[in-house]
Design a protein around this ligand. Structure first.
Ligand code: GDP
Length: 456
């Protein structure tokens, strides 16, 4: 998981406090000390760490907590809120306007996004990831290449656009990036594209000429959102870079990249961005199109502390177009029994969401156990095989798994019907039993958490 080391240290500090026999000032201060050390080691800015420490101390006065209030829970909540505040944007990111008015009338409102950032930060890759994201959200989205500076930029973006399956505009021969950007945006506005993403060439804060050019492009295409792409591995120097860009164009939001990279401390970049006040909207976790996660401060900290990211899961399911199934966990919270049909529903949802390893990162701790054993593709294949067996089941079997205990001959019928052995069908049934157990305990935990479910 992203920033795994920091997450581990933070949750260890909290659980140490949770399991201490008495909760006095000594235990409390030790916990704060461990949190401070963990944040500093993750490269979080010293001033911000001090603020976190002071704010926690201000909000928790052990002597004054009324009896009857769960002190450990209260401290946990204060720490959680402070960590959220640490990465929370102070302003909201711009939003894509609806193309339909309230009366249902179509009003074309193009939304131009301009990407800026240092060379090598992951701009071009992220442009394509974002285009892919919006395409999945059924937006008419396209890419414009205004990077006339770097050889190969045109071809790279073109290939990425092809992979993402979105229209592309660029020119091999055009030398003037301002002209390329203007022409590209004009071209796509004519085609009534809703989201027009403009990739620009990378620049460094010392390169004055390139900064002027960036301003000219911005004036030419009049973006509704300027996205600053920042390499998450660069640590605290991110702050100066982010500020330099912000002084020249109005940065609407930030995307952090490479948070998956080995040795990435991440804390530096994240706190630097937070300090500039620009909201982080997504973060990159790999080189592929789907390696882009929406950034939500609460979900991010939840994941960091190993609580699982119900908010993120909910969004992922929605983004993939599974609104109906997005209610799955909510529904399970109201059900007594976990059935084979529930397992089928959960698996088909997971399979459609993308590569299993990626999906699994969304649910630290528990979800791995909701799948058959085996890694990545192996688990995926096992799911498909098991689902094929389940296709040969009757409604009664899917909804009342107890019938198998009374009539084991049902295993033989399903084996024949699906072209598998009885042993394999029984293996699937064992998986179901395990699945039901894990899901039940997970639901129990969700209920314990105040029944907040996805909105934690
Ligand atoms: P640009 O110069 O800013 O346009 O950067 P590119 O898009 O060409 O990316 C530079 C390198 O970073 C490429 O090798 C990308 O594959 C890689 N990259 C981009 N985003 C990520 C990410 O989130 N994780 C990892 N591991 N690599 C990334």
């Amino acid at each position: 998981m992203v920033l795994g080391e920091l997450g581990k240290k933070l949750s260890t500090a909290l659980s140490k406090m949770n399991s201490s026999q008495v909760l006095d000032n000594k235990v409390f201060n030790e916990m704060i000390g461990e949190i401070v050390t963990a944040l500093l080691q993750a490269d979080v800015n010293v001033q911000l760490v001090k603020k976190v420490r002071d704010d926690i101390k201000k909000k928790v006065n052990l002597e004054k907590i009324p009896s009857g209030v769960n002190r450990r829970k209260l401290i946990h909540q204060v720490v959680f809120d402070e960590l959220v505040a640490l990465v929370n944007p102070r302003k909201k990111a711009p939003k894509i306007p609806e193309q339909k008015s309230k009366t249902g009338e179509i009003k074309y409102k193009p939304y131009v996004i301009m990407f800026v950032g240092l060379q090598g930060s992951g701009k071009t890759t992220t442009c394509a990831k974002l285009a892919h994201h919006y395409k999945n959200k059924k937006k008419k989205v396209c890419l414009v290449c205004a990077d006339t500076f770097r050889a190969g930029a045109y071809e790279q973006l073109k290939q990425n656009a092809l992979k993402a399956g979105v229209p592309f505009y660029g020119s091999y021969t055009e030398q003037n990036p301002v002209k390329a950007a203007r022409e590209g945006v004009k071209h796509f506005k004519k085609q009534k594209m809703e989201v027009i993403i403009v990739d620009t060439s990378g620049r460094h804060k010392q390169e004055e000429g390139l900064f002027e050019e960036m301003q000219e492009i911005s004036e030419a295409v009049n973006p509704k959102n300027v996205i600053f792409v920042m390499d998450g591995t660069i640590g605290q120097s991110a702050f100066d870079q982010a500020k330099a860009f912000q002084e020249r164009v109005t940065v609407g939001s930030v995307i952090l990249t490479k948070l998956d990279a080995k040795g990435t401390k991440g804390g530096g970049a994240i706190s630097a961005v937070a300090a500039t006040g620009s909201p982080i909207i997504f973060y990159g976790t790999g080189e592929h199109l789907y390696d882009l996660e929406p950034f939500n401060a609460k979900s991010f900290i939840s994941r960091l502390l190993g609580h699982g990211d119900f908010g993120g899961l909910f969004n992922k399911i929605k983004d993939a177009g599974f609104e109906d199934q997005a209610e799955f966990y909510q529904k399970m919270m109201e059900k007594e029994e976990v059935t084979l049909r529930d397992m089928y529903e959960q698996w088909s949802m997971i399979i459609k969401m993308g590569p299993i390893d990626k999906v699994m990162e969304m649910f630290p701790g528990f979800s791995k156990d909701l799948l058959p054993t085996g890694k990545g593709e192996e688990a995926q294949l096992r799911i498909k095989r098991f689902m094929c067996m389940m296709n040969s089941m009757t409604n009664k079997e899917l909804d009342h798994p107890r019938v198998f205990h009374h009539e084991p001959s049902r295993f033989t019928r399903i084996a024949k019907g699906s072209g598998h052995s009885v042993k394999e069908v029984k293996e699937m049934f064992e998986e179901y039993k395990r699945f039901a157990k894990v899901l039940k305990s997970m639901i129990k935990r969700m209920k314990k958490g105040g029944g907040k479910g996805f909105n934690m």
